[in-house]
Write a protein that binds this ligand. Structure first.
Ligand code: ADP
Ligand code: ASP
Ligand code: MG
Length: 411
């Protein structure tokens, strides 16, 4: 029997009515002949509330304890979801991450999934039950509860879909699908029918919070069909899939803005072999995720090295580079937190020219200064002052006609 995994985000299970609505959807999918696994997030803004509770007692809470606390939000949802299903006459069973042996490493607050025991879920599905699994959490080999990073329930769902070889993984959220840009900031953004894993990976890593980046990476690696949909409507959303040739015809598919980031600049590092390796080896050991590394030679003796990291990793990153400052001959460490990154993404950039020109032109026309520029084969990113981030995003969206369906764009 084919399996469908349905993930419901926080807003889609925020109260009893919404849990009932989600439960009805799971039942109607089962009635179509599928086995159904539901993955649920914490209700509404509960995870934010738990974070606030923790910070009230300790401004720098131990990460293990943070995971122990944050995982409780999802545990509440799944048991309530199972109760709602049972009340509708549908057999159901809920599981925490640990109960389905969702094994992760021990990188508390941003753990990576290593394996899942699919048989535990298969056994319950064979008994005709709907299985509900708590998103966002796992356990390490010592039995500690871990979490996968904010927004991580998407990753739980796609990883389970891969482990069960599911036909589709449906991600139910509060918008109709994936838009050309965040519809909360660019009101005229349009929904895409499909997007490639590659583009979605870039968009997710550059601030499009609609999908957790590791979920997209799992989807790509294990060929999971991901369908992002609105939990309040019965309409098709956006399919995330492998690239098809027509996608190259669209030069820019989407634009993003990322705000919760910081830039660390190491000024006047000794220009000798091995120094960059040293810096990033220490950062990796401290489990700091870095992006957009730029190194420039200042003279034969000195080089400047900068990188971006998320605000949540900033303290650890600062401590780490301070620790090796002397060793690498660094003269000064500069930190900027008032920075944001605006990016455009599209697989068509591989074969079209003029994208950089158009993007920089749009920012110039809006009188927005560019702090630094980074590119990959399918994206261009500009760091700008944080207070100009939204204006920059809108200017870029308008320049690339991201308020129109792909077929009507002039670029
Ligand atoms: P959930 O709680 O269902 O996981 P999220 O808040 O994580 O929901 O993700 C949905 C939100 O992502 C939307 O409300 C939207 O504001 C935001 N978002 C950011 N970029 C995009 C985009 N390109 N397309 C759609 N939504 C986006
Ligand atoms: N509840 C977690 C969060 O708010 C995980 C998720 O919603 O995906 O980040
Ligand atoms: Mg989410």
């Amino acid at each position: 029997m084919a399996i469908i995994v349905q993930k419901f985000g926080g807003t889609s299970v925020a109260d009893a009515d919404k849990i009932r609505r989600a439960a009805k959807r799971a039942i109607s999918t089962k009635e179509k002949g599928y086995q159904v696994v539901v993955v649920a997030s914490a209700r509404g803004k509960q995870t934010d509330q738990l974070v606030a509770d923790a910070l009230e007692l300790n401004p720098n809470p131990p990460k293990r304890e943070m995971d122990q606390l944050l995982s409780t939000g999802e545990q509440q949802t799944v048991s309530l979801f199972a109760m709602a299903l049972e009340a509708m006459g549908q057999k159901a069973i809920s599981f925490t991450g640990g109960q389905i042996r969702m094994m992760t490493d021990n990188a508390f607050t941003k753990a990576s999934i290593q394996s899942i025991n699919a048989e535990i879920m298969h056994e319950q599905l064979r008994q005709g039950k709907i299985v509900i699994v708590a998103g966002f959490q796992g356990i390490d080999e010592e039995g500690n509860i871990t979490t996968l990073g904010r927004g991580g329930s998407d990753t739980t769902a796609v990883a389970i879909a891969a482990a069960l070889d599911a036909e589709e993984c449906e991600i139910y959220t509060d918008v109709d699908g994936i838009y050309t840009s965040d519809p909360r900031i660019f009101k005229d953004a349009v929904k895409m029918d499909q997007i490639s894993y590659e583009e979605m990976l870039e968009m997710a890593s550059l601030g499009a919070g609609v999908m957790h980046i590791r979920a997209v990476a799992f989807g790509k690696r294990y060929n999971v069909n991901i369908h992002v949909r609105n939990s309040a409507k019965d309409i098709d959303g956006t399919i995330i899939t492998h690239e098809v040739p027509q996608m190259e015809g669209v030069v820019v598919s989407g634009a993003t803005v990322q705000k919760d980031m910081a830039k660390i600049g190491l000024i006047g590092v000794d220009n000798i072999p091995g120094n960059a390796a040293k810096v990033f080896a220490h950062l990796a050991k401290a489990k700091v995720v870095v992006n957009d590394i730029i190194q420039t030679e200042v003279s034969d003796e000195k080089a400047n090295l900068s990188f971006m990291t998320s605000i949540s990793d900033l303290d650890t990153a600062k401590e780490t580079v301070e620790g090796i400052k002397k060793e690498i001959g660094c003269q000064e460490i500069l930190v900027r937190q008032d920075i944001a990154e605006v990016s455009v993404v599209g697989v068509g950039m591989r074969t079209h020219y003029g994208v950089a020109d158009k993007m920089f032109g749009a920012l110039a026309k809006a009188k927005i200064n560019i702090d630094s520029i980074t590119t990959s084969e399918i994206r261009i990113s500009c760091a700008v002052d944080e207070d100009q981030a939204e204006k920059a995003l809108v200017a870029v969206c308008r320049a690339f006609d991201l308020d129109k369906p792909a077929s009507e764009r002039t670029f």
